[in-house]
Design a protein around this ligand. Structure first.
Ligand SMILES: Cc1cc2nc3c(=O)[nH]c(=O)nc-3n(C[C@H](O)[C@H](O)[C@H](O)COP(=O)(O)OP(=O)(O)OC[C@H]3O[C@@H](n4cnc5c(N)ncnc54)[C@H](O)[C@@H]3O)c2cc1C
Length: 99
């Protein structure tokens, strides 16, 4: 997963290319990126469809288990006390995101 929800293309050292972070669409995306890497290997000037970006860590990423537990607890208590803003709505439209 990536914070911007796009796959990332990295070049950690000259001649080494890494494509990652397909955000749930890896089967199709990794196949497409494989084609791009092959093109780059055969011609160094061949452009990538995505920019090559520096490797960055996600701030506070080590805290994700606590954040997920807190969000679940918050949602459960909101449901228990009848103040869940999502109650009665189709999960498919909550927050505009497909769930
Ligand atoms: C549980 C699970 C469910 C998923 N479900 C979906 C889904 O429903 N839809 C979807 O689009 N994507 C899904 N994905 C993601 C998708 O499978 C991956 O994004 C995709 O396979 C990545 O392809 P890849 O070629 O980059 O890496 P991989 O498929 O991981 O291939 C890397 C290959 O390199 C080999 N390798 C590693 N190191 C070395 C080495 N040093 N020397 C030689 N060989 C090496 C590995 O053995 C492996 O065969 C899922 C992933 C997982 C784990």
């Amino acid at each position: 997963m990536t914070a911007d929800q796009y796959p990332h293309v990295l070049e950690p050292a000259p001649g080494i290319i890494a494509c990652l972070g397909y955000n749930g669409r890896g089967v199709a995306m990794s196949t497409a990126m494989g084609g791009q890497i092959a093109r780059r290997i055969s011609s160094e000037s061949a452009p990538f469809d995505l920019p090559i970006v520096p490797l960055k860590t996600i701030a506070f990423h080590r805290l994700w288990p606590f954040a997920v537990r807190a969000a679940i607890a918050r949602s459960r208590s909101a449901t228990r006390w009848g103040c869940n803003e999502h109650a009665g709505r189709s999960p498919a439209v909550v927050g505009g995101h497909a769930l």
